[in-house]
Design a protein around this ligand. Structure first.
Ligand SMILES: Nc1ncnc2c1ncn2[C@@H]1O[C@H](COP(=O)(O)OP(=O)(O)O)[C@@H](O)[C@H]1O
Ligand SMILES: [Mg+2]
Length: 539
């Protein structure tokens, strides 16, 4: 379907791709992964013809149509919603425009041309285009009364969904998407997961969203060392199997046969689990073809995120009564009552992300509520990852060692050796640890903030969107560490897998009160009574 030959890409001295040869086949969905800056976006731009490689070629099978999810949310502002969707099939749209223009200037000569174009148009199922586009929009929650609105009149969230419909419109043979779930809510992501899991053509997608990758991918394509390597299976399979392979490599005394057996057993168990999962789709059959020889230990480095607390908290954790917050005349939440128990791992959600952030800021004494009160148990200690961490880095000329030293609790922790070791485990090794803290990337700042939190050894963790800016390795490590943490956690996240695997309690903050359920995240989203209640409480 799509062949890449001898592709090299270099920016100045930095080599992103070195003589890459690879193929993408019909029926497969490739999840592209790789460290920040590895070249994932660059690769997608090159295969979609938006950027030239330094050398090498990209070849698409003749007659096949490629579609790319638009990244610029305002790119179609001057068109109507329906038109923007139909424009996803460029060839069809061009013919339609030509026919319209010829009709406007009707002559005998033009009539003949119109006839020819209409044959083509019919072959492409053009007469149904508007109806198909409308159906797609409605599936994505864009109501009919918006279909003829100007794109510029839509809000950001609506635009993202229209652009998604545009990319999917008319079943492209190759579909390319760069981090499609970033700006979507859980419901829309769920819809997209289902759509793609049952999609028969070739999909190439960059994503940091493990739930999404697991739901849609038949292959994981890893960008590392300037090459791209495809592995059969979804993300969890790639992660678990490469971890197992790495462990096996360390066990030198074990015989090759034993290792092979262990891997085969792993594949058998994994395939059985996938077969049982709700995502019963055509993609499933791919899992059956997995091959032990394909499994390679990963060279990836995972930060050592481990939260320990100095002492266990008592029975009183957090008590909240009647808490309300209004911001610029907008009610963020109202009459919130909550009694936290030790060991609660609470996902805090809301349709309004400002409500969640404000809730965290209030209970961490950074912001005032309009009314109500809260009290922390006397044995509790809190450690907080705020959504906005800029105040910790602004005007900070400190290098990372000195930055982290500010949060040391003991003499030993103040020592260079200790701090360097600590930073090394958080993947700031050697020279990296001497970088100034005000030049860090978003992901690096979060890794520093997590280090600071680990040093505090608190028994309550509060994290507002901790996975923002993090790469997959850090997300995976943080996810594992929160599953293993034996204290209490309050967190918010856009990462479905994270919410599903960490939370044992869900609270939703709405303008008319709180919904509070001891449940997993998936059960919360799927429960019909809760669904009804949610609709009511946001009215
Ligand atoms: N036009 C360009 N000129 C110079 N460097 C670039 C250009 N485009 C991207 N880069 C660099 O190439 C690297 C890969 O970028 P990108 O493909 O966006 O990474 P990813 O999507 O994997 O995070 C980054 O270090 C980026 O700064
Ligand atoms: Mg990118």
């Amino acid at each position: 379907m799509l062949t890449v030959s001898n592709l090299s890409v270099q920016f100045g001295k930095r080599v992103l791709f070195d003589e890459v040869n690879t193929k993408f086949q019909t029926g497969n969905c490739y999840g592209i992964i790789g460290a920040n800056g590895a070249g994932k976006s660059t690769f997608l731009k090159i295969i979609s013809g938006k950027q030239e490689p330094t050398s090498g070629q990209v070849h698409i099978e003749p007659g096949k149509r490629m579609s790319v999810l638009e990244q610029n949310h305002n790119a179609y502002d001057e068109y109507t919603v329906l038109e923007a969707v139909v424009m996803g099939n460029k060839e069809l749209y061009t013919i339609k425009k030509e026919i319209d223009a010829l009709y406007a200037d009707y002559t005998d000569e033009n009539a003949e041309k119109i006839g020819e174009l209409q044959v083509k148009f019919e072959e492409m199922d053009g007469w149904n285009a508007d109806a198909e586009a409308a159906a797609m929009l409605s599936n994505l929650g864009i109501a009919e009364d918006l279909h003829y609105s100007q794109m510029s009149d839509l809000d950001g969230k609506q635009k993202v969904r229209v652009l998604l419909a545009q990319a999917l419109f008319g079943n492209p043979d190759i579909l390319i998407m760069d981090e499609p779930t970033n700006d979507l809510d859980f419901e829309t992501i769920g819809w997209l997961e289902n759509f793609l899991a049952n999609y028969d053509n070739c999909v190439i997608v960059v994503s940091h969203d493990r739930h999404f990758l697991d739901a849609v991918c038949t292959h994981i394509s890893d960008i590392d060392f300037g090459k791209i390597t495809h592995y059969s299976g979804n993300y969890t399979f790639w992660y678990e199997s490469s971890q197992l392979a790495a462990k096996q490599r360390a066990q030198q005394n074990k015989k090759a046969e034993e290792k092979k057996k262990e891997l085969e057993e792993f594949i058998r168990r994994f395939s059985a689990n996938v077969a049982k999962s709700k995502q019963a789709t055509s993609r499933k059959k791919m899992i059956e073809k997995l091959n032990v020889d394909e499994i390679k230990p990963s060279s990836r480095r995972y930060p050592a995120i481990i939260f320990k607390s100095d002492r266990e908290a008592g029975d009183q954790i957090l008590n909240i009564e009647n808490l309300s917050k209004t911001l610029d005349n907008e009610i963020l939440f109202q009459n919130v009552d909550l009694n936290l128990q030790r060991g609660d791992k609470v996902a805090v959600i809301s349709k309004n992300s400002k409500a969640v952030t404000s809730f965290f800021q209030i209970i961490m004494e950074k912001e005032m509520a309009n009314s109500g009160n809260y009290s922390w148990g006397v044995t509790t200690t809190q450690s907080y990852l705020p959504l906005d961490n800029s105040e910790y880095f602004q005007n900070s000329e400190l290098n990372l060692v000195d930055w982290l030293r500010q949060y040391a609790q003991t003499e030993e922790e103040r020592e260079e050796v200790f701090l360097r070791g600590f930073l090394g485990k958080m993947i700031f090794s050697g020279e990296e640890a001497l970088k100034k803290s005000n030049v860090l990337s978003g992901g690096e700042k979060v890794r520093c903030m997590l280090s600071k939190m680990m040093m505090k050894r608190a028994n309550i963790l509060l994290l507002d969107e901790p996975t923002n800016h993090l790469d997959l390795e850090s997300i995976q490590s943080l996810n594992n560490s929160l599953i293993n943490f034996n204290g209490t956690i309050l967190f918010s996240t856009h990462d479905h897998e994270f919410a599903q695997t960490v939370a044992n309690r869900i609270i939703e903050l709405t303008p008319s009160g709180i919904i509070d359920r001891h449940s997993t995240f998936d059960n919360y989203l799927q429960d019909n009574k809760t669904k009804e209640l949610r609709t009511k409480m946001y009215q």
